[in-house]
Design a protein around this ligand. Structure first.
Ligand SMILES: Cc1cc2nc3c(=O)[nH]c(=O)nc-3n(C[C@H](O)[C@H](O)[C@H](O)COP(=O)(O)OP(=O)(O)OC[C@H]3O[C@@H](n4cnc5c(N)ncnc54)[C@H](O)[C@@H]3O)c2cc1C
Length: 286
């Protein structure tokens, strides 16, 4: 299918974009990398009258070490995140996740901010952002506000970005000493959206866990945290018994949906498999 006709406006500055958003309201859509938007237009799931292209606004792309955090500009392409030393060093969970996003051609064009703003519950980066306690920077004509990742994802493709606003960047706290990232997803083929996936960051010393954040994707209408299960890790060393306990807890804590790829009970089972395969090796138990 072809998209419904639309007008195209190229914003030269953020103020330009805010003016265009104010002028066109709900009839406008922001165009970032276009990797999700163009598909929704082609399928006529969305029929905006105007696309506001933010690709040419200075300062929206780039990765900056701000001391204690790295700030990833919204228009930073996935490929630039993938090849960033700062990301590999300070946000290794993102580095582990990024090459699971689609294929190189899509990562060349798709943007970090587009993935976060689109808020697909099956996407990797929203879950990583929640696991890492990231801060989303949202700007509008009245200024910039910051929203914690845990509050940013409000439902299926719904976020805290309000009318007239643009996501300008995401700040990710630098990984602290003693913490390790754990990322894994189960997909039919590498690059497909996951049937279910896990973004984890755990504090572990001498094989003993002391804190953990477990966030699943494609397990609900937004990234799904599992604090009850994560708490079971505190003070524990890895063992088959612990793995079973975690899997049982996830069956209680998660309520994943059914779809063509897997039903809810299968996803609950796979969540236990992911925790076992991800956290076991982190504890040195291959
Ligand atoms: C075949 C295929 C496979 C894919 N597989 C995966 C996958 O496995 N995992 C995954 O996570 N993604 C996957 N994607 C999506 C890809 O990651 C996209 O890059 C991403 O979802 C959207 O980024 P984008 O820059 O292309 O945004 P666009 O498509 O341009 O925009 C997406 C939406 O977000 C809004 N938006 C974009 N940027 C902003 C902003 N800064 N502020 C406010 N609103 C904004 C747009 O208005 C639009 O509604 C896949 C895409 C394709 C085509």
């Amino acid at each position: 299918m072809k998209p419904a006709p639309f007008a195209y406006a190229r914003a030269a500055t953020l103020d330009d974009a805010f003016g265009l958003l104010a002028e066109h309201g709900d009839d406008a859509k922001i165009l970032a990398g276009g990797q999700s938007l163009m598909a929704t237009l082609n399928m006529r799931l969305s029929e905006p009258e105007v696309l506001i292209d933010i690709n040419h606004i200075d300062g929206l792309a780039g990765i900056e070490d701000t001391g204690g955090a790295i700030r990833i500009g919204a228009m930073t392409r996935h490929v630039d995140v993938e090849t960033s030393e700062a990301v590999a060093t300070h946000a290794p969970l993102i580095a582990a996740a990024i090459d699971h996003i689609a294929h190189p051609a899509i990562r060349n064009r798709g943007t970090f901010g587009g993935s976060i703003a689109f808020a697909d519950p099956a996407a990797e980066l929203p879950a990583c952002a929640v696991a890492l306690d990231a801060t989303m920077h949202i700007s509008g004509k009245d200024g910039t506000r910051d929203v914690a990742a845990a509050d940013f994802f409000e439902g299926l493709y719904e976020t805290a970005i309000g009318p007239g606003e643009i996501l300008t960047g995401v700040s990710i706290p630098t990984i602290a000493a003693g913490w390790k990232p754990g990322f894994m997803e189960l997909a039919r083929r590498h690059g497909d959206y996951a049937i279910i996936g896990l973004a984890a960051q755990v504090e572990i010393s001498g094989g003993t866990f002391s804190d953990a954040r477990l966030v699943f994707f494609n397990a609900g209408d937004r990234p799904v945290s599992a604090p009850q299960t994560a708490a079971l890790l505190n003070g524990q060393n890895w063992s088959d018994e612990l793995a079973e306990k975690l899997a049982a807890s996830l069956k209680d804590e998660l309520d994943p949906p059914d779809d063509l790829n897997a039903d809810g009970p299968m996803r609950k089972h796979l969540a236990g498999v992911l925790v076992k395969r991800t956290l076991g090796p982190l504890a040195g138990d291959k």
